[in-house]
Design a binder for this molecule. Structure first.
Ligand SMILES: Cc1ncc(C[n+]2csc(CCOP(=O)(O)OP(=O)(O)O)c2C)c(N)n1
Length: 278
């Protein structure tokens, strides 16, 4: 493994630690959803996106939209580590009077481009921003991270048609394909397969990766645009609850929040447990 990947692995461990603490202290849901997207977010924010934490509204910045807004504890942890705001603010996540709410919220959280949480809207908003970018001859790119369950929404496919029609090769969607939703397996709730063929038939250039493998993630992002005049989509195979053995692929961790003991156990697995630090 290269040095670059080593440092991304270290950053990811830190992000997982912060996610676990945030959801435990606030007794909130969606820990599995957040753990599923850590490597994708870390690669984007620490290697790929053209962004400046000291100037979050910089005109030519790349735009990132977390369409699966319920996974925002991961985004907040990444934004804090990237110095968009002080790490201490993470402690207020999901608490009364705090600024970090349980779904991604713009304006009050520096670095969050779009408020999300109601699933199925991020791609439409991203397509609109990408369309505006083309119109203005801007160089920025728009990245939208969706969940698999979100693809049940008709609005996703409306945006898919719009983006292909308008040749938005500055738009890149990523599907966090962890195969679990809130109440069941994706294939049982509403089977998405053949997912790759569906996106291809909508006029998108499709790439498929392991969404926890840094080499694959970096490589695919470096290929953008996948093809001139076509929007790109990355189907990232992931594991809900990734990194914590007793949370991996377990539906219960969509809604359940960890107890203090479960958090300690999880931090021990990450080798980041510090007795008494909570
Ligand atoms: C429009 C809409 N309907 C329902 C919900 C409630 N909800 C929150 S998360 C979720 C599904 C979770 O599964 P998935 O979208 O695949 O995301 P994951 O947590 O696996 O990343 C649902 C139905 C919502 N947030 N928005």
């Amino acid at each position: 493994m290269s040095n670059v990947n080593d440092s991304l692995v270290e950053i990811s461990k830190n992000i997982r630690k912060n996610i676990l603490k945030m959801v435990t202290v606030s007794k909130s849901s969606h820990v599995g959803s957040a753990l599923s997207i850590v490597e994708i977010l870390v690669t984007l924010y620490f290697k790929i996106l053209n962004i400046d934490p000291s100037n979050p509204k910089k005109e030519d910045r790349d735009r990132f939209i977390l369409s699966k807004g319920h996974g925002c504890s991961a985004l907040y942890a990444v934004l804090a580590l990237k110095n968009f705001f002080p790490e201490e603010i993470l402690e207020s996540y999901g608490t009364n009077g705090g600024t970090l709410l349980g779904h991604a919220t713009k304006e009050i959280v520096p670095g969050v481009e779009v408020s999300t949480g109601s699933l199925g809207h991020g791609l439409s908003i991203g397509a609109g921003i990408a369309f505006a970018g083309k119109h203005d001859h801007s160089k920025y790119r728009v990245f939208v991270l969706l969940s698999d369950g979100e693809c049940d929404e008709g609005s996703v496919w409306e945006a898919a048609m719009f983006a292909a029609h308008h040749k938005l090769d500055n738009l890149i969607a990523i599907i966090d394909y962890n195969k679990l939703q809130a109440f069941g397996r994706t294939e049982e709730v509403n089977n998405l397969e053949p997912l790759i063929d569906k996106w291809k038939s909508f006029g998108w250039m499709v790439q498929e990766i392991d969404g926890h493998n840094f080499s694959q993630i970096i490589k695919v992002f470096e290929k953008i645009p996948f093809k001139e005049n076509k929007p790109g989509i990355i189907i990232a195979h992931t594991v809900k609850g990734k990194g914590i053995s007793f949370m991996e692929n377990q539906l219960v961790w969509h809604y359940k929040s960890p107890s203090k003991e479960e958090m300690d156990l999880a931090l021990k697995e990450l080798s980041l447990y510090e007795d008494g630090v909570y």
